[in-house]
Design a protein around this ligand. Structure first.
Ligand code: ADP
Length: 447
């Protein structure tokens, strides 16, 4: 096992990784920008190294600075968290070239899944069902038209380099294709420096259901069930639950075993998530995230497994030590992402935390790096906390979530806590009756 791990991230996820390492008796090295000198992850880690100014490009994305920090502190492995360098295949190879261990999949798998088209082809070849769409990148507007006629409107244009829901435009009929093509290309070009697009059938009322995978270096692969992440705003997840209200155990086992078989086939290792859209009883692969995900705690709550610990063990070469039959699902879990944003306009609201009180009690977990007096820097993502609640049933989980949200106090800035309170009181949500478009309508509804 490693003696020392460097955590190449910040905020709640840096803390989350630190906690897993500490429990395993592993010392931690935090890296931070000058904006994060007082951050909780810096305070709690055994050692901390400043790697640059506030701009992420010069600090949390600064590969030479991070590798030097690992070298001078004698860290043996690097955990990238999510975001930042977590899906950068070049970074993963450089870590290995420096004689360090990257806590994640191989650079080849990161690369394979990082491009939407190679990912989709690999998924298809590994036996995963995919959304009907263009063979590869579209060559021209004419090519887009031809494909749309073949696939049938409505269609979705997506960036091959996509991420974070950017560079995605729907064309409902032939009259919309030109505009969608132009907008998607320009958005993809400015977001990713790559304007290439591909096309998919646009699904009208799907749910977003993803399967968590763990794979060791010895050929064992298990799935930890699904997460339903259909509640999204601008393609960004807002609230997630596990298990999905839309699946039963037979469907879970079926898609879970298809997913594990696919991962065995491609030789994947470490943690990963296969994302599907689910409509009319069918699953369609959309992408694979080759990293730890924001919403991983709900899976931990229903399986009792510490996914970060498993990642570290796998990276150190340890066998999983259990098989699919040993994975047990218990109860229901929901995660609310709390952002420092206005709950109606979503305008970011960084600032100094006044009174801070996190809820507690049985089945309540708060993953956050906030504390009273902490100044949330304006330079990074606006998520400031994740409230994760577990109950023996979905109903108990909802009652507990309502109670916990009522206790949560974050003064000094706007937060999306009121949005969550409003959301969980909605009959459609209570009934589990929602798709990926539901939240967008709910947010814009005047009542
Ligand atoms: P990104 O990597 O940018 O997040 P994804 O391919 O994961 O892109 O898609 C993000 C979200 O966009 C999905 O969760 C879903 O809400 C929506 N989406 C993606 N593909 C389709 C599709 N073919 N039809 C309808 N909605 C889609």
């Amino acid at each position: 096992m490693f003696d020392k791990v460097l955590i190449a991230n910040r905020g709640e996820i840096a803390l989350r990784i630190h906690r897993a390492c500490r429990e395993m008796g592993i010392r931690t090295v935090a890296v931070h920008s000058t904006a994060d000198e007082d951050a909780m992850h810096v305070r709690l880690a055994d050692e901390a190294v400043c790697i640059g100014p506030p701009q992420a490009r010069q600090s949390y994305l600064n590969i030479p600075a991070i590798l030097s920090a690992a070298t001078i502190t004698g860290a043996e492995a690097i955990h990238p968290g999510y975001g930042f360098l977590s899906e950068n295949a070049d970074f993963a190879s450089m870590v290995e070239e420096h004689g360090l261990t990257f806590i994640g999949p191989s650079p080849e798998h990161i690369r394979m899944m990082g491009d939407k088209i190679t990912a989709k082809n690999a998924a298809k070849a590994a036996g995963l069902p995919v959304v009907p769409g263009s063979e590869g990148a579209l060559e021209s507007l004419e090519d887009a038209r031809r494909n749309a006629e073949e696939i049938g409107y409505p269609v979705l244009l997506k960036a091959t380099a996509g991420g974070g829901g950017k560079g995605m435009k729907v064309a409902r009929d032939a009259s919309e294709i030109e505009e969608a093509w132009r907008l998607a290309r320009s958005e993809a070009g400015s977001a990713f420096g790559n304007a290439d697009l591909y096309m998919e059938k646009y699904l009208g009322k799907p749910r977003h259901i993803e399967i968590q995978i763990l794979a060791d270096n010895h050929g064992e692969v298990v799935h930890l069930g699904e997460r339903d992440c259909s509640l999204q705003r601008r393609h960004q997840k807002v609230l997630e639950e596990a298990p999905s209200p839309a699946l039963n155990s037979v469907m879970r086992e079926s898609i879970g075993s298809i997913a594990t078989a696919a991962m065995k086939k491609i030789g994947y290792r470490n943690a990963g998530t296969i994302e599907f859209l689910y409509e009319d009883g069918k699953f369609y692969f959309i992408e694979m995230n080759t990293r730890l995900q924001v919403e991983h705690p709900i899976t931990e709550m229903i399986t009792g497994l510490d996914i970060v610990r498993e990642q570290v063990r796998i990276a150190a070469g340890a066998p999983l030590g259990y098989t699919q039959e040993d994975v047990r699902f218990s109860g229901h879990a929901i995660e609310c992402r709390v952002n420092a944003e206005h709950p109606e306009t979503f305008v970011p609201s960084p600032g100094k935390v006044g009174i801070y009180h996190a809820p507690g009690g049985l089945g309540v977990r708060v993953d956050s790096a906030l504390y009273t007096g902490y100044r949330v820097p304006p330079n990074y993502d606006s998520m400031i906390a994740k409230l994760i609640v577990h109950g023996t049933s979905r109903n108990e989980c909802l009652m507990r979530l309502r109670r916990a949200l009522g206790e949560f106090v974050v003064e000094g800035m706007n937060t999306t806590l009121p949005l969550h309170q409003r959301l969980i009181a909605e009959p459609d949500f209570v009934n589990g009756d929602y798709d990926i478009h539901w939240l967008e309508h709910f947010v814009h509804r005047q009542d």
